[in-house]
Write a protein that binds this ligand. Structure first.
Ligand code: SF4
Length: 72
């Protein structure tokens, strides 16, 4: 099963936390982060990154398209 990962470039403030926490999934390009790939393997690190993003710019959805990160 794969998840879907998205970073909202308009909301991202370029803190770099996601790229530091999970460099295999995120990279800082210029002043914003991007997801290295939109379709990702299930990885708890993605939820941790979404939870810790100060701008709430990271969205993780499961295979059914339901948003699972950030967690409430
Ligand atoms: S943690 Fe959030 S605000 Fe910081 S670079 Fe990543 S997406 Fe942008």
């Amino acid at each position: 099963m794969t998840w879907h990962l998205e970073v909202d470039a308009h909301t991202c403030i370029g803190s770099g936390m996601c790229a530091a926490l999970a460099p295999e999934w995120f990279e800082l390009t210029g002043e914003t982060a991007t997801a290295r790939t939109a379709e990702v393997a299930e990885d708890e690190l993605l939820l941790d990154a979404a939870d810790s993003c100060p701008a709430m710019a990271i969205a993780v959805a499961n295979a059914a398209g339901e948003e699972i990160g950030p967690r409430p």
